[in-house]
Design a protein around this ligand. Structure first.
Ligand SMILES: CC(C)(COP(=O)(O)OP(=O)(O)OC[C@H]1O[C@@H](n2cnc3c(N)ncnc32)[C@H](O)[C@@H]1OP(=O)(O)O)[C@@H](O)C(=O)NCCC(=O)NCCS
Length: 182
């Protein structure tokens, strides 16, 4: 799998040895529940998630270049929709609260969007956030997604229903923005 680099991050596949770093942020109740999953309960639980969820193709560990630690995850979750032309995939992400508010997720997401269109050959990239997740909404807006629709959905791991807001961008939208930026 590819390894990607941004100014402040390296995006690389997860390995078993990341379990302690993942647990350090994924046990925090500010992280998982906002994205629809419960806080991790132990290093072993984080290892299990690395092996079963983060092992999916095109899901990346976000490594902080300064400390060398894994501080989040981001990538294509392999969920597809039919409302817009494919091939499509959905971008998902989570970051250690210690690193919030520095633009790091927007930096990672922009790199992944380029990767999705240029290397994975996607035509549409989807993103969504639950009602009230303002931080995620701002990342989505900063990365050029357009609002498409909202629907109430079952959040199975949290055993509840939540209003979910969906956003998308097409390869053409993205390419046009790159051209304007020069
Ligand atoms: C969603 C989440 C990743 C957002 O993290 P974040 O740190 O707020 O996001 P960013 O790294 O993009 O930071 C954006 C903010 O940082 C600020 N910022 C600071 N330095 C910056 C820089 N160099 N460049 C850009 N923005 C910067 C900006 O003000 C920006 O806020 P604004 O868009 O309101 O102006 C994080 O809150 C999280 O992990 N939440 C829990 C899990 C979750 O909700 N996942 C998403 C499920 S849909």
């Amino acid at each position: 799998m590819a390894e990607l680099e941004t100014k402040r991050l390296v995006l690389r596949p997860f390995v078993d040895g990341d379990a302690e770093d993942v647990y350090a942020y994924a046990k925090d109740s500010r992280v998982g529940p906002a994205a629809g999953w419960p806080p991790h309960t132990s290093v072993e639980n984080s290892l299990e998630i690395i092996r079963t969820v983060f092992s999916a193709p095109n899901v990346f560990a976000l490594v902080d270049r300064e400390s060398g630690k894994v501080i989040g995850s981001a990538g294509f979750v392999g969920r597809h929709r039919t409302e817009l032309p494919g091939p499509d995939d959905e971008l998902g992400y989570a970051l250690s609260p210690e690193f919030w508010g520095r633009g790091l997720m927007s930096e990672a997401a922009r790199k992944l969007i380029r990767f999705g269109f240029e290397d994975l050959g996607l035509h549409t990239i989807w993103c969504n956030h639950y009602e009230g997740n303002e931080r995620s909404r701002r990342v989505i807006a900063a990365c050029g997604f357009h609002y498409r629709f909202s629907q109430e959905e079952a959040v199975e791991l949290m055993r509840e229903r939540r209003m979910t807001h969906y956003y998308a961008q097409s390869r053409e939208d993205w390419a046009a923005r790159q051209a304007v930026r020069g």
